[in-house]
Ligand binder design. Structure first.
Ligand SMILES: Cc1cc2nc3c(=O)[nH]c(=O)nc-3n(C[C@H](O)[C@H](O)[C@H](O)COP(=O)(O)OP(=O)(O)OC[C@H]3O[C@@H](n4cnc5c(N)ncnc54)[C@H](O)[C@@H]3O)c2cc1C
Length: 281
């Protein structure tokens, strides 16, 4: 999702500022960006969650059941209130990465699998694996499922708020949806747990009962690399430059982080996301 307004509910100002420009950046450089906005809904008993969410962000229009049914006919009659963030967007991450790579190839830039021989040319972006040089880095585990559910059509990501298990469904076309994502303070990667699958699927079922008949075509679990303030950092550690800590905002913040890093290499100026460790001060 490219959802800077929704993310601002629980994120710092740079996520909104850079996230807004990231939508155009991905569209220009990778293509395949769908600008249909985001819908945020709650089940009746969690109405207060919607009010709380609305208080903590902006960039939305509060809509009623009729307008919601116009936007997403398959949700007609299921919710009488929603927040519509019209300026948000989404993309298919794998298609976006392939788009980026082919754009580079057109400009004669190859993506190499081997490390450069000159260590001075290395920028460390190993995510959580860089904890050997960045001890403040922690993992925030995220699990997701890819579902095939041809009985439901959605045109945009839908977030279902819940005090404990908020979920989102991102349509990928042809009846495919990404259902995500857990947020667990853990650096455990690997396979999804039974509890997370049950919680994600029950919430999707509550959003629309047709998800009870969905096929699970993929599961995934990863650990988001995060610093204590959940903002990314550029700095020097272990004798090299690093960029890390994208947390849950890799797609929203990677363009800004990469451009700041490139400017720093060009000009030596300190980027906004620069972080100095105590022994460098
Ligand atoms: C379920 C889930 C849903 C998400 N949804 C969104 C979303 O909707 N929008 C959004 O903006 N963000 C989202 N995120 C967050 C986003 O995925 C992360 O912010 C992003 O992946 C962080 O990117 P990164 O490249 O810094 O780290 P990583 O993605 O962890 O990548 C690090 C890479 O370094 C490689 N590596 C490790 N060691 C070495 C080595 N020694 N040599 C070479 N390579 C090495 C690893 O193999 C890996 O490929 C989501 C995350 C999860 C888990």
């Amino acid at each position: 999702m490219l959802a800077p307004w929704c993310e601002f509910e629980n994120a710092e100002e740079p996520v909104l500022r850079h996230g807004l420009t990231a939508i155009d950046w991905w569209d220009r450089n990778a293509g395949g960006v769908s600008r249909q906005g985001t819908l945020v809904v709650t089940l009746g008993r969690d109405r207060r969650e919607l009010d709380r969410f609305a208080r903590r962000t902006h960039g939305f229009e509060e809509i009623g059941g009729n307008r919601l049914a116009e936007l997403e006919p398959d949700l007609a009659g299921r919710f009488d209130r929603a927040l519509f963030f019209a300026a948000e967007a989404h993309l298919d991450p794998r298609a976006a990465m392939a788009g980026l790579q082919s754009g580079l190839a057109e400009r004669g830039i190859a993506v190499a699998a081997d490390m450069p021989r000159d260590p001075g040319q290395v920028i460390d972006c190993r995510g959580l694996a860089a904890r050997d040089i960045l001890p403040e880095l922690r993992g925030v585990r995220g699990e997701m499922l890819v579902l095939r559910c041809p009985d439901v059509t959605l045109s945009r990501p839908v977030r279902l708020l819940h005090p404990r298990v908020p979920i989102y469904l991102v349509p990928r076309g042809d009846g495919i949806f990404m259902l995500g994502a857990t947020m667990i303070e853990s650096d455990r990667r690997g396979v999804v747990t039974a509890r997370s699958v049950m919680e994600l699927l029950s919430a999707a079922f509550a959003l629309h009962p047709a998800f009870g008949e969905a096929e699970i075509v993929e599961t995934g679990a990863d650990a988001r690399p995060a610093f204590p303030d959940n903002l990314p950092r550029i700095g020097r550690a272990g004798g090299r430059l690093y960029a890390n800590g994208l947390y849950r905002h890799g797609y929203l913040l990677a363009p800004a982080l990469a451009m700041q890093l490139a400017d720093h290499i060009d000009t030596g100026e300190r980027p906004e996301f620069w972080h100095e460790t105590d022994d460098q001060r």
